[in-house]
Design a protein around this ligand. Structure first.
Ligand code: NDP
Length: 286
């Protein structure tokens, strides 16, 4: 068997096109969607991520404002900037690129964002809303993974077994909650899981979100399973790769997402969706 690819580039292009149309309608009504992106310090990976997000905004008609600060920015100064952006009616989404320098408490900073502008979905109010099934912003990476499942006809996951490897607050945990909300029977695996292979082999849907090259190999995958690779790693040759042994697993899985060109572009697309929806909601409020 050779797995079919779920093409994150193509799917994200479709989503971006829809966002662009709706953003144009917002602009025509006098309120173009606006995203503020805050970057503190000079982490090279963060600079690339931020650049890609800003570029995606430009291409879809979302106004982006980049606020860039040196690594010595005081926490209080950052909190004041967030307060100002919270109060700015032209800004519908606020994104603070992580990681922040050590002297700044990232938790405090995220909690300072108005939950109605928390387009990354990292605020505890957003996490709580996801937990109890209330409306709120969903973290972009797992949200994008759910869209990938929907794109192959998997809307209701009743009767399916899903395994998420990784339990971070930004990927693993919200991923598990979204799969649960779609009626999958969900297992979360992590560094304390024994016999990871046996756990993974149960999965009709396997999501790898660890950050370790080739962690998921063919013998860990149930024949025909859907394998979503969230991981972003550099191999020995400096090439971007995921957590899944793509070649080997492609021989066993039914569907697989590539890296690059899989979850990464979907993450950015869902950031645009969240920002647009924030704008639409803000202007629908009396
Ligand atoms: P974290 O480092 O926060 O979490 C990694 C998780 O993997 C932890 O829960 C950890 O377990 C678990 N883990 C580590 N080693 C093992 C192991 N041997 N077996 C099973 N589980 C293990 O990472 P993130 O969730 O932030 O990111 C995960 C990956 O996804 C990274 O490669 C990151 O770059 C990528 N990523 C990609 C995005 C995209 O847009 N494509 C967006 C965000 C992240 P424990 O909790 O026990 O320590």
């Amino acid at each position: 068997m050779t797995a079919q690819r779920i093409d994150g580039l193509a799917l994200s292009a479709q989503i971006r096109q829809q966002v662009a149309q709706r953003a144009q309608a917002c602009a025509a009504a006098g309120h173009p969607p606006g995203l503020a992106v805050i970057l503190v310090g000079d982490n090279p990976a963060s600079q690339v991520y931020v650049r890609n997000k800003i570029k995606a905004c430009e291409q879809t008609g979302i106004r982006s404002v980049l606020e860039q600060y040196g690594a010595d920015l005081e926490e209080d100064a950052l909190l004041q900037r967030i307060a100002a952006l919270n109060a700015d009616p032209g800004i519908h989404g606020i994104l603070v690129q992580l990681p922040l320098p050590r002297h700044i408490d990232a938790h405090k900073v995220i909690e300072a964002i108005d939950p109605t502008k928390d387009v990354d979905g990292f605020h505890v109010a957003s996490a709580g809303a996801l937990m109890v099934g209330q409306p709120g912003f969903k973290p972009c990476t797992p949200y994008g993974c759910m869209k990938m499942l929907e794109s192959i006809g998997l809307h209701d996951l009743r009767g399916k077994s899903a395994v998420v490897v990784g339990r971070s607050n930004i990927v693993g945990k919200p991923m598990a909650l979204m799969l649960l909300a779609a009626n999958a029977t969900v297992t979360i695996a992590h560094s304390g899981t024994s016999d990871l292979s046996a756990v993974c082999r149960q999965a009709d849907i396997l999501v790898a979100a660890v950050g370790r090259e080739n962690l998921i190999t063919a013998e860990m995958v149930k024949p025909g399973a859907v394998v979503i690779d969230v991981g972003m790693n550099r191999n020995a040759a400096g090439k971007l790769c995921g957590d899944v042994d793509f070649e080997g697993v492609s021989e066993v899985a039914g569907w697989i997402t590539p890296v690059p060109g899989g979850v990464g572009p979907m993450t950015i697309a869902m950031l645009l969706v969240n920002t647009l929806e924030s704008c639409e909601r803000a202007h629908a409020r009396p």
